[in-house]
Design a protein around this ligand. Structure first.
Ligand SMILES: [Zn+2]
Length: 120
């Protein structure tokens, strides 16, 4: 279950950026080729964030479709569900992946600071 180690990385990144503020939603961009199951990621996040400063926050996954570019003709296209990266234009198989391997935290939603409250 590599979602668990991904959640560990997310926790590191988010804690660094949150700087003590309360995080409600973590927006994550995950490439199709990462083969991350959003539900599993959300489940792992609950475990990883439990009893930490990030407890109660949720992960929003945005999946990025895999794209390849043919080195022969330069045609680029979505890979789709094909098991082989064959160019849709010339049929060439000498292709480079140009998208689909992303894994990044794109933004954080922070809880609004309680206005005008002093002390407990
Ligand atoms: Zn081609």
């Amino acid at each position: 279950m590599h979602e668990l180690s991904l959640c560990g990385s997310i926790a590191d990144i988010v804690s660094r950026h949150a700087e003590g503020r309360t995080v409600t939603v973590i927006h994550v961009q995950v490439g199709q080729l990462r083969q991350v199951v959003p539900d599993t990621l959300a489940f792992c996040w609950e475990m990883v964030s439990a009893d930490t400063a990030l407890d109660g926050s949720v992960i929003e996954v945005e999946t990025v479709p895999a794209r390849m570019r043919c080195r022969k003709c330069g045609h680029s296209d979505e890979v789709g569900d094909l098991p082989v990266f064959a160019c849709h234009d010339c049929g060439g198989i000498d292709a480079e992946i140009i998208a689909g391997e992303e894994f990044m935290v794109t933004s954080l939603d922070l809880a609004a600071e309680p206005a005008g409250e002093t002390g407990t």
